[in-house]
Design a protein around this ligand. Structure first.
Ligand code: CTP
Ligand code: ZN
Length: 153
């Protein structure tokens, strides 16, 4: 929700606004997008800003960049209510709610070193998406905390 009296983070001309991120998750969103500042990306962030819908939310605005589907899939795991807004010439030209997939393939690494998906076998990692985490389909290891530490792509 935009507060007309006060816009905390400036509007952008072109790029992507990731809105309705749970309060405190913005830095994990940047990790998912593999943004640490050294690539020169122009990024504005609001952390724990007031929101009618969520109480507190984070907002991440990345200029001149759109997100890939694997990035959106991982994002949906930490920010299930996020809205992705594509901005062109200051207008919102597309708005999507992220969708949580039932399964994610090849984008997270199983934390179990013995798992067949982490060895030399040509087996893509595969996880069932749970309400509160992900479960490896090969070894049933559940990852709840710190999903962003296991990103492969
Ligand atoms: N935004 C932006 N730069 C623009 C246009 C919009 O940074 N040139 C941001 C707004 O600040 C907001 C998000 O993109 O965080 C979505 O914009 P808009 O759809 O106009 O806002 P709302 O109607 O409040 O969105 P929603 O209904 O999804 O809450
Ligand atoms: Zn596993």
């Amino acid at each position: 929700m935009t507060d007309d009296r006060q816009l905390r983070v400036s509007k952008i001309e072109n790029g992507t606004v990731i809105d309705h991120v749970p309060g405190g998750q913005a830095l994990n969103v940047l990790a998912i997008l593999d943004i640490d500042g050294t690539g020169g990306e122009v990024v504005s962030i609001g952390i724990n800003v007031p929101s009618d819908r969520l109480g507190r939310k984070d907002v991440v605005k990345v200029e001149d960049r759109e997100l890939s589907q694997p990035e959106v899939d991982v994002l949906s795991l930490i920010a299930p209510a996020a809205t992705i807004n594509i901005i062109r010439e200051f207008d919102v030209v597309e708005k999507h709610r992220v969708e949580r997939p039932d399964r994610v393939t090849g984008i997270l690494q199983c934390p179990n070193q013995q798992c067949i998906s982490t060895g030399d076998e040509p087996v893509d990692s595969e996880f069932d998406v749970l309400d509160d985490g992900v479960r490896c389909v090969y070894c049933d290891t559940i990852t709840r905390e710190d999903i962003t530490a296991h990103i492969l792509v």
